[in-house]
Write a protein that binds this ligand. Structure first.
Ligand code: ARG
Length: 458
């Protein structure tokens, strides 16, 4: 039988495979609350403008509330033949209230309807991401505060570079997650305009009030171009892009936690709550949550690439290709929120082993740069020469299998006679980090200043 919504033009119904490829109700039912909210705003506006009677608007309002409670109560008769959430809701409304239901779609199209629903949904996800990031930043700040002056090796190329502090390392992630947070805030601001009333693509001849529906839905204003309103999904791309960058940050921190919790590093231990065991190896304590967080970028960036690829080359205005936007965004959002929450919980419960980190910081000639700087400062050597002298001392220490401070003054003077006893002051890792007083440096004072700034910001 022909379709109830547009059957006037059709003699026969669709092929079963057509129904299967066309239907989106299997996933877009997640937009039910947004869809009903949008319809209520639209109906109220139609009545306020005298386009429908207030009696019909009232029937629509009550009917939509019934639909909402049916869906939330799990007793809504979803139908694949009705294609999507928009037509499922409207068809049910007709069952419930009869004729007035047919007036709801006046001056509206599914094109502006779905654009509106989806914007409302993605807007909520921006808020959820912002909340999740706040929690995560709080957890990282907690670690940073506890260990603002705990010394650990800083790495480049994963080779020991210079000593830094645990607090400094944690605060590096606070900065990254802070930028992620502001990216979601920016995206939210930009997407907060209403497509509703763009109708199919050209606007409508009915005397609608787009400002009213925009305000009712919490949008800052109506979108200024009806073609743009129904065609673009840049708000979803922006969300996915912000999510991808955030997932990269999460992945890098997760990777560090995996490395640091290994027996070879032992910088950190994860709590039981965030670890798993092995069914065969009794000693195992695996960082599964960190590994899964590390992997989430795969699906989140995958969603991003998928939607970019769907959108590229689409002529204006709406094309059904755009129905493929939702699953990608749903999946990416779900997994981002899960990863943010898991990382926040894992960090909050994480034990950092101060002594283990400080021992590691003292190894690997991490204060060689301090020695070179000392030669520049105290002996007047050009930095390049100081670098060379220090390199020879490192080679000497390495050959004897000792650390730099274990060389005797005599040994040092055999390489350069300007070296004096007080060079040993700069070879300790605590002195090294304390000396890094430049703005943003690893000196505990600097780190504490950044912690205070972030605590005031949150
Ligand atoms: N389910 C559709 C989507 O997700 C709704 C819009 C349909 N519009 C249309 N002209 N067929 O995009």
């Amino acid at each position: 039988t022909a379709n109830a919504m547009w059957g006037g033009r059709f003699a026969a119904g669709p092929d079963a495979i057509m129904t299967a490829i066309n239907a989106s109700i299997g996933f877009d039912r997640r937009l039910y609350a947004q869809d009903i909210r949008g319809s209520r705003a639209h109906a109220a506006m139609l009545a306020a403008r005298g386009i429908i009677t207030s009696k019909d608007a009232e029937a629509i309002r009550e009917g939509l509330l019934t639909v909402l409670s049916e869906i939330e109560g799990g007793n809504f008769p979803f139908s694949e033949a009705l294609e999507d959430i928009h037509m499922n809701v409207e068809a049910r409304l007709k069952d419930l209230i009869g004729e007035p239901a047919g007036r709801l779609h006046t001056g509206r199209s599914r094109n502006d309807q779905v654009a509106t629903d989806f914007r409302l949904w993605v807007r909520d996800q921006c808020d959820a991401a912002i909340d999740g990031l706040r929690g995560l930043i709080g957890a990282a700040l907690g670690q940073a505060e506890a260990g603002a002056d705990w010394v650990m090796p800083g790495f480049t190329h994963l080779q020991t570079a210079q000593p830094v502090t645990w607090g400094h390392h944690m605060m590096a992630y606070v900065e990254m997650f802070g930028r992620d947070l502001s990216r979601f805030q920016d995206a939210r601001k930009r997407m907060n305009e209403s497509p509703l009333g763009a109708a199919a693509l050209a606007g409508t001849g009915y005397p609608i009030d787009r400002d009213a529906t925009a305000a009712a839905l919490g949008f800052d204003r109506p979108m200024a171009n009806s073609l743009d309103a129904v065609s673009d999904r840049d708000f979803a791309l922006e969300f996915l892009s912000a999510a991808s960058i955030c997932a990269v940050h999460l992945s890098r921190l997760a990777e560090e936690l995996v490395i640091w919790s290994s027996a070879q590093f032992r910088f950190v231990s994860m709590s039981d709550k965030w670890s798993t065991g092995s069914s065969i190896m009794p000693q195992k304590r695996n960082p599964d949550a960190a590994e899964l967080i590390r992997a989430k970028i795969g699906r989140i960036l995958g969603a991003n690439v998928a939607l970019f690829t769907v959108m590229k080359g689409l002529p204006l205005a709406y094309s059904k290709d755009m129905q493929e936007d939702k699953e990608q965004v749903f999946d990416a959002a779900d997994h981002l929120m899960l990863a943010l929450a898991a990382m926040a919980g894992m960090l909050a419960d994480l034990t950092a082993h101060r002594e283990k980190m400080e021992d590691a910081a003292s190894a690997g000639f991490s204060t060689a740069t301090d020695l070179a700087d000392w030669l520049v400062r105290e002996a007047g050597l050009p930095f390049r020469d100081a670098h060379h002298v220090t390199g020879s001392l490192v080679a000497m220490a390495e050959e004897r299998d000792v650390d730099l401070p274990d060389l005797s003054l005599k040994d040092m003077q055999s390489v350069h006679d300007a070296i004096s006893d007080d060079v040993f002051n700069v070879l300790g890792v605590h002195n090294s980090v304390a000396s890094r007083q430049s703005y943003g440096g690893t000196a505990p004072d600097q780190v504490r200043a950044q912690i205070a700034r972030w605590k005031a910001l949150l």
